[in-house]
Ligand binder design. Structure first.
Ligand code: EPZ
Length: 425
């Protein structure tokens, strides 16, 4: 396991090219199972989770051919003409919850799938009951046995109506992909509207799917017999962009972020502006700096898109821990997404958690310390805190970072951060 050592206090200055979105790439890769013809994805980020999904698809029999892209990311062609098995094993699924996204495509195209239950993860139990109920509404017969979800649809799936009791990104994606090959029309209501869901829908349409209502909370899908080949460019990663925008603000620097469209971050940028961050659209992208008054405390509640994303909650907390005033941060999406609080406290942050809310009272300065990463976004919040802290911070278990941030060390050091990575002693 590796650790990252950061000497804090340097304002970040320069440009960061934002990579392709992890949370678009993973469902897009799973969508390759829906077609016997090749799907080429461009601007794929080089991340541990993309490698895990590639391994999962390969063990299903998908042929993978990659070529380096001209941009940061890579271009990979996935050919699912011949699938050797429809089993997604525990040892792969347990590593990455998004593995469950092969369930819908497999049962829709092959009439069967056996996918390990993902198990919990650091931020909560994260069941897949909405995925299962949605697929059952399309006629899949589903059993849970021995920690696996077994789905069958020998006569193929039939279009149906799915009303999600609450917004689920993964369940929307799984059921939408399955509905593309179901006989007849499916209607998905209270569907997730995250940009990554929209990106997946656009790719499915490019493959020949018939989807109306893209970007809204009601998706109407007319099933087709077969999907064809397509090439699709993965959208920029709004969570990576939001993370680096906060890195610029917390260090009092000036970063220009390119490769992601401003409108994917509207709510985030509104909140950042309220907290004293200056955001300017430039030819090169979005320039992020701090206004004279410095950072101010602003309350935030995480919500499904277009609300404030739960994936930026931990990073925002790090930023608020050195703001003037207080900020109430409420997490409404996951039941246990405050694992970063005790680690930030070790650096001097003043945070009190009451159930789903955390009251952050800004302090003058954070102090470097030894801290432990617990999950992907918690680890990026520790990086932000370390960049602003006085002195040296050692962050252990940084493999969490590798899941979602391509070349984070290179991108930060190119903008003046004093950051090095070495094996845990
Ligand atoms: C996606 O996870 C993202 N991951 C998450 O990003 C993100 O935090 C989340 O959406 C919310 O935006 C990918 O896209 C790969 P959900 P997903 O289904 O689909 C509960 C990151 O850091 N739920 O919208 O798993 C669930 O427990 C990751 O990049 C059920 O109860 O999230 C959670 O509390 C973390 N039953 C809530 O709904 C279900 O069947 C939202 O989950 C499904 C979900």
């Amino acid at each position: 396991m590796d650790q990252i050592i950061i000497q804090g206090g340097n304002p970040l200055k320069g440009e960061i090219a934002i990579s392709g979105a992890k949370n678009a790439a993973l469902p897009l890769m799973a969508a390759s199972l829906l077609s016997p013809e090749p799907l080429t994805l461009r601007n794929l980020p080089r991340l541990a989770d993309v490698v895990t999904m590639t391994q999962l698809l390969e063990q299903h029999g998908v042929q993978i051919n990659s070529s380096a892209d001209s941009e940061n990311g890579s271009s990979i062609t996935f050919n699912a003409a011949k699938i050797s098995n429809t089993l997604a094993p525990y040892d792969l699924v347990r590593r990455m919850r998004a593995s469950a996204l092969v369930l819908g495509p497999l049962v829709a195209r092959f009439g069967e799938a056996k996918v390990s239950l993902p198990g919990g993860c650091a931020i909560g139990t994260r069941p897949v009951d909405l995925h299962i109920k949605g697929l059952e509404a399309l006629g899949a017969e589903i059993e849970l046995d021995g920690g696996y979800v077994s789905a069958r649809a020998q006569k193929g799936l039939v279009g149906g109506k799915v009303i999600f009791p609450f917004v689920s990104v993964g369940a929307t994606e799984n059921v939408m992909m399955a509905a593309c090959l179901a006989r007849g029309e499916s209607v998905l209501m209270n569907a997730a509207r995250e940009p990554e869901v929209t990106d997946l829908a656009n790719c499915l349409v490019a493959m020949g799917a018939k989807i109306d209502g893209i970007g809204s909370d009601t998706l109407i899908i007319e099933g087709v017999n077969r999907l064809s080949a397509a090439t699709h460019r993965v959208i920029g990663d709004r969570i990576e962009a939001g993370t680096y925008a906060m890195a610029s603000a917390i260090t009092g620097g000036e970063l220009t972020l390119s490769g992601v469209s401003f409108d994917l971050l509207e709510t985030v940028f509104k909140v950042l502006s309220q907290s004293g961050v200056v955001l300017e659209k430039t030819r090169g992208g979005t320039k992020v700096s701090l206004d004279q008054g410095g950072l101010r405390g602003v309350d935030v509640m995480t919500e499904p898109f277009p609300g404030f994303p739960t994936d930026l909650q931990a990073q925002f907390m790090a930023m608020m821990s050195v703001a003037n005033g207080a900020a109430m941060i409420t997490e409404t999406i996951f039941e246990n997404r405050f694992m970063h609080v005790p680690e930030l406290a070790r650096m001097g942050a003043n945070v009190n958690v009451h159930g789903a809310s955390a009251m952050v009272r800004g302090v003058e300065n954070l102090a470097g310390a030894e801290v432990m990463a617990t999950d992907l976004r918690a680890s990026s919040s520790l990086v932000l805190a370390a960049l602003a802290a006085n002195g040296e911070t050692i962050i252990r278990r940084v493999y969490h970072l590798d899941r979602g941030y391509e070349q984070i060390q290179e991108k930060l050091s190119a903008c003046g951060a004093i950051i090095e990575r070495k094996p845990d002693d």
